[in-house]
Design a protein around this ligand. Structure first.
Ligand SMILES: [Zn+2]
Length: 107
């Protein structure tokens, strides 16, 4: 059998070997999320959604609609970074509902 030189002979790596440029490693991200969670005391800092009181302590782990979300104030796609001053804690209603679905932005 003649193999085309264009054909790949090894399996593509299943995971990105290095983080995207400017992105922390998964280990660093976990530490950042922990620090943001502690800074916020587990409370939603966004208060964008009508159902959000900002008074309920959100679980650190668990279902995506229950747990605390690490929120980029300025989106990564818009040049937002992983610096602590661009990050905050939010609940699912505010982060997914208000920010990502309705397009609201925290002030
Ligand atoms: Zn909220």
């Amino acid at each position: 059998m003649i193999r085309s030189s264009l054909k790949r002979r090894t399996r593509p790596p299943s995971r990105r070997a290095k983080p995207r440029r400017g992105e922390p490693t998964p280990k660093e991200k976990a530490a950042i999320r922990q620090a943001v969670y502690e800074r916020a005391g587990g409370l939603c800092q966004l208060r964008l959604h009508k159902d959000c009181t900002g008074l309920r302590i959100l679980p650190f782990e668990g279902d995506v609609f229950e747990r605390a979300h690490l929120v980029h104030l300025r989106a990564r796609g818009a040049g937002g970074t992983w610096d602590m001053d661009n990050l905050t804690l939010g609940c699912a209603a505010c982060h997914l509902g208000s920010m990502h679905t309705e397009g609201k932005k925290p002030e």
